[in-house]
Design a protein around this ligand. Sequence first.
Ligand code: FE
Length: 203
Amino acid sequence: MNNNALYNINCGLFVLTAKDGTKQNGCIINTVMQVTSSPVKISATVNKTNFTAEMIMKTKQFCVSCIDESADFSLFERFGFASGRDVDKFNGYNEIKTAENGIYYVTESTNAYIGAKVVDVIDVGTHYIFIAEVAEGDVLSDKSSASYSYYHKNIKPQPKKIKSEKSRWVCKICGYVYEGDYLPDDFICPICKHPASDFEKME
Ligand code: FE
């Protein structure tokens, strides 16, 4: 199996946000789609270990901000590579607006936002699929949506070519390069927290 085939599934990139009490949080996901049109329902798939998933399980509400092609890697660092359990991802960040449901949505390099109320949750093992009825939303710009494939080709930092005695593995998700004699099976990327299976040996 060549796992790279999965990168050719044409999915987008989104900041999924939630609010529990006064705590606002968000994470990056690549799996949002419309599932019905009457009423308008969308699905959002999130890893259960994400704090945002936990918050949505409790509050049954979320916003989705659709990331466009003007996005900088820093947006992914802010929302994708840290946990809302440890940090306030909105600390010092002004590129937000508050949706009618009280949840922040991101206005930096996003072309639309949608606010939705969860009506069903499907447990698929490592992830929850939230099925939600759309309550609000707006178009924020006319820029093209960033696809997952676009992220890998244009937004993620490309590994620099340097000569080295040691072998090197690159994280396919964030571009982090590990150098050593071998890559331990239980290695976790220090930047994006993805496992060793998401690393690829560099020539
Ligand atoms: Fe990584």
